[in-house]
Design a protein around this ligand. Sequence first.
Ligand SMILES: [Zn+2]
Length: 274
Amino acid sequence: MNHQTLANSITLTGIGIHSGENITMTCHPSTEGIISITNIKEKTPPLILSLSNLAQTHNRATKFQNETATITTTEHFLSACAAFGITSLTIEINGNELPILDGSSKDFCMAFDKAKIQPINSKPLLPIIITEPITIWKDTACIIATPAKSSIFSYYLSYNHPVIQSQSETIELTPSNYINHIAPARTYGFEKEVEHLIKQGLAKGGSLENALVIGEKSYINTPRFKNECAKHKLLDLIGDCWILNKPIIGHIIGIKSGHQLNHSFTKLLAKKYL
Ligand SMILES: [Zn+2]
């Protein structure tokens, strides 16, 4: 196993969900074995997307920061990187958040697929191998990791809500499984919650174009899968585990977990295995 980068540069453009601003990001191949982002508008030094730069988190996004720079809404991009095994990129961006695109990681995957993946022969990469069961929990959420022969992710959610109810999803993490079953799953929100966010001036770029919205009795827009919500939470979990910039050989099971618990889990993995 080696570090991997893109064979060609890619550019993606779209709205930032928090700022509502138009964002352009360009990912260039690199051989450093890290994913770093430079805000070319503010001319700040590169910010490495690593555990040591992970910001104090709330449940809405995965944010990185150092003394001079901040970058948020990275989780869907990192999830697509995990699917393709991309560990090395130099990114230029003109804002402090990644574009939300359609609320999924589909466009990142399509761009990666088109640009092709390039192994970095001079940079070997050791995966994390789960050797014994570990569990982390908070309130009613929990993440379990158990030994397995490959990289397997599962997610279970359950809401006391007639539309979403209980959903689950499991995949073996390969590029094709991810592209077909996970990448198109969009972020979701409840209609009432969305109205509240807009009133607070948050989610300025949020719309029916980039989220699955759940009403009292039905979905407001059409779901792409019956269990799109569970698939999206699985997408987030995969992205949050990629903060370690290494594949994980094991079965990771998320139960009602969000970014906060996902991050505690990645910290636990780092403490145990790195
Ligand atoms: Zn998400």
